[in-house]
Design a binder for this molecule. Sequence first.
Ligand SMILES: Nc1ncnc2c1ncn2[C@@H]1O[C@H](COP(=O)(O)OP(=O)(O)OP(=O)(O)O)[C@@H](O)[C@H]1O
Ligand SMILES: [Mg+2]
Length: 251
Amino acid sequence: VAERAQREAEDALQIRNDFLSSISHDLKTPLTVMRGTIQLLQRRLKQGDMSALLDRLKVLEVSINKMQGMIEDILTIAQLKAGQHLDLDIRPLNLFPLITRIVEEQQEITHRHHLHLSTYSRDLPVQGDAIRLDRVITNLLTNAIKYSPDGGSITLDITDEEESNQHWIVMRFQDQGIGIPEADQPFLFRPFYRASNARGHIPGTGVGLASAAQVVREHGGTISLSSQQGQGSCILVRLPVNGKSEERGDV
Ligand SMILES: Nc1ncnc2c1ncn2[C@@H]1O[C@H](COP(=O)(O)OP(=O)(O)OP(=O)(O)O)[C@@H](O)[C@H]1O
Ligand SMILES: [Mg+2]
């Protein structure tokens, strides 16, 4: 028993060290980009050259958004670890405009992937926190892109479903990327967990999925995945139409 406890403590330490080194790298990279961009802008402006201003400000904005997203994921996970509920700003929300904007934004970042959106309706009403759900969808799409290094098509398919006396909006994120080894699949929604075919090959911190799962569950939804290594992955998110019904004595 003592041996096992020691092994677990060592594993926890290893995970923490891996986490600290990858998170400090991930947080510093956008900062370096921001600093470089600001210095360049200062030089250009001193020379009275305004031509690159808009482009460079866009670079700054993208870096800031990246960093903000990462910080939000880490805070979400910290709350999960502390066993706390998330502070959600729940309002009636149509997911359709949010989703189309995110798909367009992500398509702008990549030329090698083709993003396809299909939906049963342009009216996708949920009770939700727009900023948190934006982050969930962005995380799942950036994963689909990142873990498809050879490019390919990525589809986000939205359907609806009737189950357990509840009307659900179902989002399927399907890619043709590296997939997830079966042995890793049960652990992927754990904070900091990364699959063996990603670790050491593709940069990442392992906070995106865990934070997405936490946000989806707090909205009364479910998240699951299926994947064939080398063939691609599918992440399935279900959210209750018009919010979770409290009187149902939820699962
Ligand atoms: N679409 C996908 N295809 C293949 N593997 C995936 C996919 N999405 C997630 N994974 C696996 O799940 C792990 C956890 O994903 P998660 O998004 O939480 O972390 P990450 O992408 O490694 O880093 P970050 O926190 O920056 O998003 C990944 O490291 C990867 O192994
Ligand atoms: Mg990720």
